[in-house]
Design a binder for this molecule. Structure first.
Ligand code: DCC
Length: 218
């Protein structure tokens, strides 16, 4: 990545808040960043991706869409900020903490004993033949496995390995139940398990290792 792009994607930290471990020691959560309609904005972006995934525009319409998207991207270019201060990833009142890169989930229970969430894979999470992409299932497990680890150790960790067993088809557009919990702690090693169900049917399960980061570790 060239320097200009690197600057673009790594905007300077806004307040130099303490940096212990790969994530901030102080993880700000918010329900206000981006304004009261930020969730609606997220939903429109997700809908855009759904529509793009299944669209077959004419050449003329593609020209029009490029112009529209350039206009939107221009507006967003004016409000770029570092990752620690964005609504995306910190808006705990919104699906997947307002992070549109993660399949949308709503946490129904979370604590040191684990996390339970309702998750719905969107049309744009298509892998093939109307089923979710295996990588998207892994993204969901990584995020919620990381959350189970964080809540158990009250600290930050990074994924060392993430094994997903795909037991049956994971449907799109269907509310599913995802659970993650810490099975075992061994020093800095946090062993996490997880399941993804449609009703009683097991779609996938997780076996992962997260490593608690040392102070200052990137
Ligand atoms: C409410 C808001 C929530 C917010 C919740 C937010 C959730 C977001 C979650 C997203 C998480 C991510 O995607 S993180 C991004 C993906 N992951 C990464 O990029 C990690 C890249 N890898 C690394 O940085 C490193 O390898 C680490 C940090 C994983 C480990 O390096 P290290 O810290 O130097 O530790 P190291 O000494 O190597 O290993 C420590 C111990 O773990 C063992 N170990 C290390 N790796 C492995 C491995 N793959 N398989 C088996 N064992 C391993 C070692 O043998 C050792 O055991 P012993 O000798 O002690 O017995």
């Amino acid at each position: 990545m060239n320097d200009a792009l690197d600057d673009q994607w790594n905007p300077t930290d806004q307040d130099g808040s303490p940096h212990e471990g790969g994530f901030r020691a102080r993880f700000d959560v918010t329900t206000e960043r981006g304004g009261p309609r930020y969730g609606e904005f997220n939903e429109q972006v997700r809908l855009l991706m759904d529509r793009v995934r299944y669209a077959c525009p004419t050449g003329e319409l593609t020209d029009e869409l490029i112009a529209d998207l350039k206009s939107i991207n221009g507006k967003l270019a004016d409000v770029q900020i570092d990752e620690w201060h964005t609504p995306a990833g910190t808006r705990i009142d919104l699906p997947a903490r307002g992070n549109i890169t993660v399949p949308p989930y709503d946490v129904t229970d979370a604590g040191p004993d684990g996390v339970t969430a309702q998750i719905t894979f969107r049309p744009y999470h298509l892998g093939g033949n109307d089923a979710a992409h295996g990588g998207q299932v892994a993204v969901a497990f990584d995020d919620l496995g990381g959350m189970a680890s964080a809540l158990k150790i009250q600290g930050v960790s990074r994924t060392a390995y993430l094994t997903v067993n795909y037991r049956s088809i994971t449907p799109l557009r269907t509310p599913l139940t995802i659970r993650t919990w810490v099975e075992n702690l061994d020093g800095r090693k946090v062993y996490v398990k997880g399941t993804l169900h449609e009703g009683d049917r097991l779609c996938a399960d997780l076996d992962a290792l997260f490593i608690r980061l040392k102070p200052g570790q990137p």
